[in-house]
Design a protein around this ligand. Structure first.
Ligand code: GTP
Ligand code: MG
Length: 135
């Protein structure tokens, strides 16, 4: 089955939303393959978000994502990438539909609680970065 990399970002961990996120993805039918609480190094954060290197918010995003512990997890199931992105909702939490994680719990575009891989190719790259043993 397909896999996706999910992060409960430092804002989500600080607000005690780890269980909420895991409950929602498990309730949907996705299965946990790996889970780890960790604080990202600047190097790992910059590699994870390499596609955004030229964006004006890149520095702020790296500060945010390295600013405290996050929970990285791999979830597995049919169309896992698409399934989790649907649970997460739109990037901008104000535009995210109520009922989605971002729609229910966030208000600012940067501090939007979760990350989910955006394609199977991104998922493979991100899973290799966070959980090299799962290659
Ligand atoms: P991820 O799953 O975290 O990759 O989110 P996404 O795929 O929905 O959005 P995208 O990859 O475009 O942006 C990555 C992350 O950068 C977002 O989730 C936000 O945390 C942050 N971000 C995106 N746009 C902005 C912005 O305009 N300003 C700031 N400060 N942060 C942003
Ligand atoms: Mg993205």
């Amino acid at each position: 089955p397909a896999r996706t990399l999910v992060l409960v970002k430092p804002d989500g961990v600080a607000r005690g939303l780890v269980g909420e996120v895991i409950s929602r993805l498990e309730a949907k039918g996705l299965r946990l393959v790996a889970v780890e609480l960790r604080t990202l190094s600047r190097e790992t954060a910059e590699e994870h978000y390499a596609e955004h290197r030229e964006k004006p918010f890149f520095g702020s995003l790296v500060e945010f994502i390295t600013g405290g512990p996050l929970v990285a997890l791999v979830a597995e199931g049919p169309r896992a990438v698409e399934a989790f992105r649907a649970l997460a909702g739109a990037t901008d939490p104000v535009k995210a539909a109520p009922g989605t994680i971002r729609g229910d719990f966030a208000l600012e575009v940067q501090n939007n609680i979760v990350h989910g891989s955006d394609s199977d190719e991104s998922a493979a790259r991100e899973i290799a970065l966070f959980f090299p043993h799962l290659g």
